[in-house]
Design a protein around this ligand. Sequence first.
Ligand SMILES: Cc1cc2nc3c(=O)[nH]c(=O)nc-3n(C[C@H](O)[C@H](O)[C@H](O)COP(=O)(O)OP(=O)(O)OC[C@H]3O[C@@H](n4cnc5c(N)ncnc54)[C@H](O)[C@@H]3O)c2cc1C
Length: 465
Amino acid sequence: MSTGSPPVHVVVVGAGITGLACAHRLLTLDPTIKVTLLEASDRIGGLIRTTPFAGLPAVDEAADAFLLRVPSARDLAHAVGLGDVLTSPAVAQASVWRGRLHPLPESLLLGVPTRLAPLGRSRLLSARGKIRAGLEPLVPRTSIDNDCLGAYMRKRLGNEVHEMLIDPLVGSIYAADTDNFSLRGMPQLSELATEGRSLIISARKRPKPAAHGTETPVFAAPIGGMQQLVDATLDAVTRLGATVLTNERVTSVERTATGVVVQTSSGSHHCDHVVLAGPARHTGEWLAATAPNAGRLLREWEHASVVMVTLAVPKRSLPRAAVGSGYLVPKPVQRFVTAVSFASQKWAHLDSDSTAVLRVSLGRDGMPLHHHSDDELQSFTLADLKMHLGVDLNPSAVRVTRWVESFPQYRPQHFDRVAHVEAHLAVELPTAHLAGASYRGIGIPACIQQANDVAMRIIDEISAR
Ligand SMILES: Cc1cc2nc3c(=O)[nH]c(=O)nc-3n(C[C@H](O)[C@H](O)[C@H](O)COP(=O)(O)OP(=O)(O)OC[C@H]3O[C@@H](n4cnc5c(N)ncnc54)[C@H](O)[C@@H]3O)c2cc1C
């Protein structure tokens, strides 16, 4: 920016982790930029929320960990001063419920067996399912053109491996039905699918996982819960000079002769660039007038809703089988519950002598539950847990959190759709930028990575002027 000219103004819409991270990266790269963050609700953090529960100061109501493989979340945590409070799960072993709890076989890559011996020993699959999976190296090449994860995996590894391993593991990340989900939406799996004809042979060529007990942590979280990352990032962006406005609902984003005007429920904000970091469907509505083609495609995005029920139960009431970090419930045997996290076993700081904390996920794409009352959701949860664990749990505390339309669904050809939207936007509103869970990965690291990329692009565009 030349001396004397007004500062470049960037408005970021949506103060979830994406919007916050984008504001942080913009101001770190260029402290002279004016950044305004607009949030419709009365709180910051979007889908991240941590609150006290059952005498514990901080129990997450949604995300409770981020992956370390993509370093952006860990890097942000360090940049905002949380390096010393990051912790990792105390246990990694998870199970799958099929009549009883079965430990996940070793050597899986998102459910794809990288070695057949552990699969052979597991009692989760029938003999027929194991034989079918073992034949995968002989199956002729499978086209990936239709980009459907379920169809691809069923053809390669058979229905049982898909339904008992891949769908529960991938489905639980995206609240998805993987029979209607993009293969490319899971880059680790699509890379494997494009590397060679056989998934198992390609997976075998990967470096061997570390021996049991010597693994480096896969996940991390601030000890005060994921809200601590939000709060520390908010503090940092405020210190760096950002203006953060809550209860400021964006209604439209329009092009002007000199830039962009963002209309809100209480006024308007003129800016040079706008970062659209809210859910795609809402973004499509804001763009309806100015970017009709991009807006129309965005309004077609589908989102799944889930419910998180948190329970405090007497530790002694849990059966001996309830070991490890938790378990997944495969689609063919689901009623309401899709996954259970034994949160106080997973996180040492949530553990106590007498009480166990469970975080139970209900609902997914194709299983809407929001028409049920909290009392009904609680009784469905307890009935499902009784079926899974064989015991009546008498919770001393229950918390029901509804996450409506929280999981964008990456339908087959998702990334082509994102590319089309961005191509339209480049013509219709070139200084608008998309980032967040709806586009290039739903996990917190992927959201932060998108935020960083958009911030860098804006800086490049500013310097090229
Ligand atoms: C139950 C659950 C569990 C999860 N678990 C994990 C996990 O363990 N690990 C992990 O990595 N990820 C997890 N995720 C995913 C991850 O938390 C989210 O994908 C991520 O937080 C999304 O961030 P975002 O900023 O892109 O979107 P959001 O958090 O949705 O933020 C968008 C913001 O935009 C605001 N907004 C919407 N409309 C307007 C408007 N008109 N004007 C202004 N603002 C508006 C919203 O209020 C919101 O604050 C989980 C998600 C859920 C729901």
